[in-house]
Design a protein around this ligand. Sequence first.
Ligand code: ADP
Ligand code: MG
Ligand code: ZN
Length: 480
Amino acid sequence: MAKTTSWEIVMGLEVHVELATKTKIFCSCTTEFGGAPNTHCCPVCTGMPGVLPSLNRQVVNYATRAGLALNCEITRYNKFDRKNYFYPDLPKAYQISQLYLPICRNGGVEIEAEGGGKKIIGIHEIHMEEDAGKLVHDPWTDSTMVDYNRCGVPLIEIVSEPDFRSANEVIRYLEKLKAILQFIGVSDCKMQEGSLRADINLSVRPVGSDKFGTRTEMKNMNSFKAIARAINGESKRQIEVLEEGGTVKQETRRWDDNKDASFAMRSKEDAQDYKYFPEPDLIPIEISEEVIEETRKNLPELPEAKRQRYVGELGLSEYDAAQITTSKYLVALFEENLAAGYPAKELANWIMGEVMRMLSDSGKEPEEMAFDYGYLGALIGMVQRSEITRNTAKKVFKAVFEEGCDPVKYVEEHNLKTVTDTGAVKAAIEEVVAANQKSVDEYKSGKEKALQYLIGQSMRALRGKADPQTVTAILRELLG
Ligand code: ADP
Ligand code: MG
Ligand code: ZN
C-alpha cells in the first residue's frame, strides 16, 4: 500500500496588536514599553478589589480606524465581556475583552497568492481587550517573577478566517497588516517589543479534501523568520503523525526556535474552557454613522493605493513600489526626499539597494533607521553634482546609516570630494603611466585588459576620488 498523499496546510491567524495610546485602556497609567518592573501600575490595572475601569475613548477610535482600513463592518453597538481564567500575569483573574459583540467584523486584506494573482484573506472579527503582565523567569534563583507594567495596555485582536495555505501567504499578510496599521497610526507594530504578535492555528489535510483537519495553535510569535520556520516545522510534524496512522491532538504548542521544533504545552494551559460573562462595570459602546464616516474620511492614503500611485504616476517598477510600501518608514524616507525634489527612480534605487542592504546586514527593521531622512537626498545631490563618485557615496551612506553622520560634513571631513582639477588628475595618471611601462606596452600591442589595470592603478593613486570616465579618457589620450 505504497500510496503517497500530498498534503495541504490550512492556517488561521489571531494577531494581537498593542495600540499607540499614551495611557492604558481602563486607567491613566502610561503604556510606555519597559520601565522598572511594576512602576507603570495603579489599583485599577493591578485588579485591586473595589476599583472601576473607565474606558479610554482613543482605544475605540483606533479600533474603528483599524476596522475601516481592513475593510470591516463596524458594530454600531458593541460591548465588553469578562474572560475568566486564572494565570499569574492576570491579577484580576479575568481579562476584559469582547466575545459576543466585537467592534469589527467581516473584513479582509488582499495579498499576493502563492501561485500568483491576488487573494483575499478574510478577517472574521477584531475585538478590543487589555494586555496581561509578563512573567519573568530568573535562572539564578530558579524562580518566576511578575511585572504588571503591561497589564491594561490596549490591544486589538484581529482574527482571520482559515484562509492561509502557505508560510509565504502568512508572512505577506502580516507585512501588509503591519504596514496598514503603521500608516493609520494606531500602532508602532514593533514586533521585537511584542506590539504585534501572532498566534498561528495550523492543520493539514489531504489535497482535494474539503474538510479541515484538527488544528494546533502556536502562540505569541513575534518574528517573521521564526514564524516561517514554525509553520514549516509544525506542518511536517502533523503530516508525519498522520502518515504514521496517528491523530493530531488539538492543543497549544510552543515553538522553540532554537531547537527548531514545537512542544506541547501543559494541558492545564490549553484547557480552553474559558468562562465568559458580560462586563457589568462598563456601559456598551455606541458608534454613530457620523463618527464612522468621519473616521473613514480621515484615513490616510493606504499602502495599496500608494503602491499603485508609485507605479502609475512615478514610474517605479511593481517590485520596488511593493517593497517600499511595506513600511511607513521606507515610505517616509522616499516621500520626504521626493518632496525635496530628488528623482523618484534614483531614490527607489537607493532604497532598494543600499538602504535594504544595510537593513539586512544590521538585522534592523525600517522603524529603527536612526538617521535624518533628508541625508539620503543630500547624498544623492552630491552624486548628481559630481562632487563625489557613486562608490564614495555608498561608503558615506554606511556612516550615515550606522552613525547618523551628516553626509556633507562627512565628505568634507574625510576629504572625499572628487578631484575635479583635471591638472591634478592628469599629473597623477602620468606618474602611473611612467611607473607601469610593461602595461603601457601591452596596451599598445592591443591588450585592452592592460588599460583596465592602469585605470585601477590611477583610481588608487587618486584614492577613488576621480570620476572613472575622466580617468579613462585621460589615459587613452596619454597612451595615444
Ligand atoms: P478559538 O476561539 O478556540 O481561538 P476560533 O474558532 O476563534 O477558535 O479560531 C481561531 C483561529 O483558528 C481562527 O483564525 C481560525 O481561522 C483558525 N482555525 C479554525 N479552525 C482551523 C483549522 N481546522 N485549521 C486551521 N486554522 C483554523
Ligand atoms: Mg484562539
Ligand atoms: Zn493603572
